[in-house]
Design a protein around this ligand. Structure first.
Ligand code: LLP
Length: 424
């Protein structure tokens, strides 16, 4: 083994029968690499939370829409959500059909709603104005509403999606207006959903939000209860990004036990015959992805050591956007494991000073020519990448269950970028 730091990927045999350096030289970098076994395991953690009939994992496809991954998620028995025509299209490419897809959108056009309806999807709207618009698109149809439970949670203010400071959801005090709009367009309320925010590591907030929604349905929606087919508690389940600091995992055993007990009791009390969804994105795909990059330069500016790579915020925007932490591994030709840590900042090749992947991080000394592995990059990684500075987007490779690498998205080229420019 010729790696300086690779304990975490070694633990799960992430790179199968190849190696990160082999992948980097074969496919180039930056390169998103996914591991099928890890992905399947994460799906099974979730589908195993409850065996209540009607309990479903509705994968939130915004976290990663590569159809090769979507297909695996579908094979594992998950449903999926879509929030744009593009996500709906990718889900269908992967074999999802209307009966296992849900459209959870906000601020969309009538055309977009029509597209979802024509594809047979149930649509969740998240404002009175969108409910009114939906009624004009699909009078007499079924609809879901997204409630803002007033409790928000998340790893950064930008990913908290409930409470007064967010754009999402219908205020639970506006139910009279909801009823009036349902009556106006002869709509049936077929479901209720919520999503409080992204990345919790303790189950409590999520379980409290579930209590809120179940109680709300029982007490405030009793007149509409008979039509309900789906109750969707949203996503937000976190993963340990600080793997080298031994950060504990979310306790799925405890979450499952409490969730299952709550739902079972509620079904007993109410006679509810519909489905329950949880809607995780990150938990499904984050840990199955490692982003590979190459170190092209190292230098000091005064006391600060910089490691210059091809991993700019065009490739992975989470650190620049949310100050997110991703652990880093170091793969070197004839390298030796090294536990001596040096403060250094890992930066990209974009012309902005905020182009920092890891700021003042204690890591083994990184050298030119090293290949770096950014852990837990499978969620909100590639899907949030851009071609800023006219850098074509990365390729994606899947390590299949038998350990073999397979290209699942070719690297973009500058010709790809140029083909959208038109001359009148
Ligand atoms: N359902 C709805 C309606 C959502 O808006 C989201 C995420 C999810 C489910 C899935 O949430 P998850 O389980 O992945 O936390 N780009 C940010 C995360 C933004 C999440 C947006 N909504 C990040 O990189 O941390």
């Amino acid at each position: 083994m010729s790696n300086v730091r690779s304990v975490q990927t070694d633990k799960v045999n992430f790179f199968g029968n190849t190696s990160p350096r082999e992948l980097a030289s074969r496919y180039g970098t930056p390169l998103y690499v996914y591991n099928e076994n890890v992905l399947r395991q994460r799906c099974r953690d979730l589908t195993g939370l409850s065996d209540l009939p009607g309990f479903h994992v509705n994968y939130s496809a915004k976290a990663n829409t590569n159809p090769a991954l979507l297909r695996i998620v579908r094979e594992e028995g998950c449903h999926a959500d879509a929030m744009s025509p593009g996500e709906l299209y990718m889900n269908k490419l992967a074999g999802f059909t209307a009966d296992n897809l849900l459209y959870v959108c906000n601020n969309v056009s009538a055309d977009e709603m029509r597209n979802a309806v024509e594809n047979g999807l149930l649509v969740s709207v998240d404002s009175l104005s969108q409910l009114d618009l939906y009624g004009t698109v699909n009078p007499g149809g079924k609809v879901m509403i997204r409630i803002n439970p007033g409790i928000g949670a998340g790893h950064h203010v930008k990913v908290i999606t409930a409470g007064k400071e967010t754009k999402f959801g219908i205020d639970p005090t506006s139910l009279d207006e909801v009823r009036a709009l349902l009556a106006k367009h002869k709509l049936t309320l077929a479901g209720v959903n919520q999503h409080i925010g992204s990345l919790f590591m303790e189950p409590d907030n999520y379980l409290n939000a579930i209590d809120f929604l179940l109680h709300f349905i029982q007490s405030d929606l009793s007149d509409l209860f008979a039509g309900l087919e789906i109750i969707d508690f949203g996503g937000g389940l976190g993963i340990p990004y600080h793997k080298y600091d031994e950060q504990p995992r979310l306790d799925m055993e405890s979450l499952g036990r409490q969730l299952h007990a709550k739902l079972t009791q509620w079904v007993g009390e109410t006679g509810y015959k519909g489905k329950f969804f949880i809607e995780p994105g990150r938990y499904v795909v984050a840990e199955c992805g490692v982003l590979l990059g190459t170190v092209h330069a190292t230098k000091f500016n005064g006391p600060n050591r910089y490691v210059g790579t091809d991993l700019g915020f065009n490739v992975l925007v989470r650190p620049a956007m949310y100050d997110s932490f991703h652990d880093i591994e170091i793969y070197r030709e004839n390298g030796q494991p090294d536990d001596e840590l040096v403060e250094q900042s890992v930066v990209g090749n974009i012309c902005e000073s905020g182009d920092i992947l890891a700021k003042k991080r204690q890591l083994p000394l990184i050298k030119e020519g090293d290949v770096l592995g950014v852990l837990d990059a499978g969620a909100y990684g590639f899907v949030m990448s851009s071609s800023y500075n006219q850098r074509p987007r990365a390729a994606e490779v899947l390590i299949t269950s038998d350990g073999t690498p397979k290209l699942i998205r070719r690297r973009e080229t500058v010709e790809d970028l140029a083909k959208f420019f038109v001359e009148e």
